[in-house]
Design a protein around this ligand. Structure first.
Ligand code: GTP
Length: 360
């Protein structure tokens, strides 16, 4: 049986302030910590043993997931003393692996939401006899990603990190953050120092003549590293566009977790999720928005494509669009916050003195 390593130790700087108190994989998406979706998908694909490589805010994972038996998994946790980067983190958990030297080991970035056919990736790896196999996906604008061109047989020919000029954009295939490594390749990563698998391990192995195989799978794929993407991913899970066996309820326009309280005339749409203990006041309208546990949305608030942190409060008639409200923050009544604005945890914004009309 294939085992897996999940990389969950990153600082998640792009997702601040939601990652100030919570590591990115533990931020709720569609009502449960995002990591739950990845664990459940791996289990569905037949993975039984998973080692979590933790670093930033490492202490929160085990109390929540325990030994993994609730998900039908056997989970282990390994914490780095200093962050070791993606490659260093993989090497650091090698002693917990049970696979033999020639066996395949799955590795997942902890912030990717995807419908990848995990079994097919392992199948490609086994059939091709590769040292490492990589899930590749196609994107329209590859400039923010690592490009991975392949030959006619799917063998990787280069790794090009974040290309800028048109000449450098030789393919639309990017590294999608899921790999199969032959176990012996993991053991050969240098030990005890930071290593980037993307910038060091992959290019070095390629230069040394190793066989790296790409598998293009263009089903649902989203890197949840930014607030905009996180909100979209959560909404897609609620709507059923992104596949996960761990969505805690029926997929549809909205998902209301038990113990949340929603006024009968509040309107929730486009994949909005209301976390446990949250309160949504009369006349509030929420579109494609994630409301985390115990947050309060006061009457008449209009919120779209936003993330409302745990225990945050949004005042009456306030308008939010593409906003992130940190845990415990308070936005007074009648404010209007738009276009990527981020409000830090516990910040208190007083009510606006001049009222906006939503039509202005
Ligand atoms: P940003 O700071 O916003 O870039 O996010 P990040 O820290 O998560 O970095 P990135 O998205 O590049 O990381 C890719 C994956 O590797 C994520 O799942 C991270 O949790 C994980 N990761 C990154 N660095 C480390 C590390 O030093 N140790 C461990 N264990 N995991 C890491």
């Amino acid at each position: 049986m294939t085992e897996a390593i999940l990389l969950v130790g990153g600082k998640g700087t792009r997702l601040r302030p939601l990652t100030v108190r919570t590591p990115k994989p533990m931020v709720p998406a569609a009502g449960v910590p995002f990591l739950t979706h990845q664990l459940a998908r791996a289990r569905e694909a037949g993975v039984e043993h998973i080692v979590l490589a933790t670093s930033y805010l490492a202490e929160v994972f085990e109390p929540y997931f325990g030994d993994g038996s609730a998900l039908g998994l056997e989970l282990e946790y390994v914490t780095e003393r200093e962050p070791l980067g993606t490659g260093g983190a993989i090497r650091n958990v090698a002693s917990r692996l049970r696979s033999g030297p020639g066996d395949p080991v799955l590795i997942f970035n902890g912030d990717i939401l995807t419908g990848l056919d995990i079994r097919a990736l392992v199948g490609t790896h086994t059939r091709s006899g590769a040292d490492i196999s990589l899930h590749l996906t196609r994107v329209e604008d590859p400039r923010a990603y690592g490009l991975v061109p392949t030959d006619a047989n799917g063998r990787v020919t280069a790794f090009l990190e974040k290309p800028q000029t048109p000449e450098e954009i030789v393919t639309d295939q990017i590294n999608a953050g899921a790999y199969v490594f032959r176990r012996s390749v993991i053991d050969a990563i240098p030990e005890g120092r930071p290593v980037s698998v993307e910038r060091e391990t992959f290019p070095d192995l390629l230069a040394a003549g190793a066989h790296l195989q790409g598998m293009v799978d263009s089903t649902y794929w989203l890197d949840l590293g930014t607030p905009h993407a996180f909100v979209r991913g959560s909404a897609d899970l609620v709507l059923g566009r992104a596949p996960s066996p761990a969505v805690p309820g029926r997929c549809g326009e909205h998902l209301i977790l038990p113990t949340a309280s929603v006024a009968p005339d509040a309107k929730l749409s486009a994949g909005t999720v209301i976390g446990p203990g949250a309160v949504i006041g009369p006349g509030a309208r929420l579109t494609a928005t994630a409301v985390l546990p115990d947050a309060v949305i006061e009457p008449g608030a209009l919120i779209t494509h936003s993330l409302i942190g745990a225990k945050a409060r949004v005042g009456a008639r306030t308008i939010l669009a593409n906003a992130v409200i940190g845990d415990g923050a308070t936005i007074g009544a009648d404010n209007e916050l738009r276009d990527g604005i981020r409000i830090w945890c516990d910040l208190v914004l007083p009510p606006a003195t001049i009222r906006f009309s939503p039509d202005e």
